[in-house]
Design a binder for this molecule. Structure first.
Ligand SMILES: [Zn+2]
Length: 286
């Protein structure tokens, strides 16, 4: 019988799967998650595992993939996402960023632009398809890394989203966000993928290879090895900090009608910028 050893604990495969499923179920039970779920597939490990686990629940899943348009990388990830969806008998919806006139390859702050367009397009897809939630593969390692990175950059306003579920608001076309893998670390998810033979794209985004968040992630996993449970406790602390903070509620964007913290949302601003880039590059060709 194969034994899985992780951070000083031992499990049989069956025990490990039960532990893993229990972690996901704790999120689903606490927030009474049900109904139609838009499932964001990226082609990577976390979303592939998320789909595998969610398919065991009594839910109506609507998988989708956002094609950001990074040469080679996005196409390869898309192939994995399509394969993952069809494996469970789902149709997948492909959303192309290029259809909105935005080219990530021209953006200065690529990771930040990628985050903005993903959040926007996933919410739009979920809203248009009357989904109750949009589920992402964000895990415990991502949550803690994101919060620490904000603190390192003295960006305390950005602490929203430190919980497994972020409530939606139909009046402003905002769909609730769900992180089923919230209580699971990167290494735990990798083991689950391996023992359940879940295939996924192992490439790292060419634009994110030197991201400072990778350093933070490595560091918190070292910390976890020496101080078991510190990541879960950090996530709990960040969640409590979020509760204590004054919250600015979003309104709707004057152009597109989706949630925004200003008169015009970040996505519409990006569209304007990229229209200008394309006009200027057109002029240069003349
Ligand atoms: Zn807008």
């Amino acid at each position: 019988m194969e034994i899985i050893k992780i951070n000083g604990r031992e499990y049989t495969i069956e025990e490990y799967n039960r532990y893993f499923y229990g972690r996901v179920r704790s999120v689903m039970d606490k927030y009474r998650v049900k109904g139609n779920i838009a499932v964001a597939l990226s082609g990577g490990k976390d979303s592939a595992v998320m789909l595998h686990v969610l398919s065991k629940f009594d839910l109506n899943l609507c998988p989708f993939y956002i094609n950001i348009g990074i040469p080679e990388y996005s196409k390869k990830c898309m192939e994995y996402a399509i394969k993952a969806a069809s494996h469970y008998g789902y149709e997948i919806e492909i959303i192309n960023l290029a259809d909105y006139g935005i080219d990530i390859n021209y953006a200065k702050k690529k990771c930040s632009v990628c985050g903005t367009v993903r959040r926007y397009l996933m919410n739009k897809f979920a809203f248009e398809n009357e989904c109750d939630y949009v589920a992402t593969g964000h895990n415990l390692s991502d949550t803690v890394t994101f919060a620490l990175n904000n603190m390192i950059n003295v960006n305390t306003m950005n602490m929203r989203g430190a919980k497994p579920v972020m409530e939606g608001n139909k009046d402003i076309k905002m769909v609730a966000r769900l992180k089923p893998l919230y209580w699971l670390r990167d290494d735990e998810i990798a083991i689950y993928a391996e023992i359940n033979s879940i295939s996924y794209c192992k490439d790292i985004c060419p634009y994110a290879k030197h991201a400072p968040t990778l350093v933070i992630k490595e560091w918190i996993h070292e910390l976890e090895k020496r101080m078991n449970g510190s990541m879960i406790n950090l996530a709990k602390s960040f969640s409590k900090i979020e509760d204590m903070m004054d919250r600015t509620e979003p309104r709707t964007c004057d152009i597109c009608g989706y949630p925004s913290y200003g008169r015009i949302c970040k996505f519409c601003k990006l569209r304007r910028e990229h229209e200008k880039i394309q006009r200027d590059s057109g002029k240069n060709k003349e």
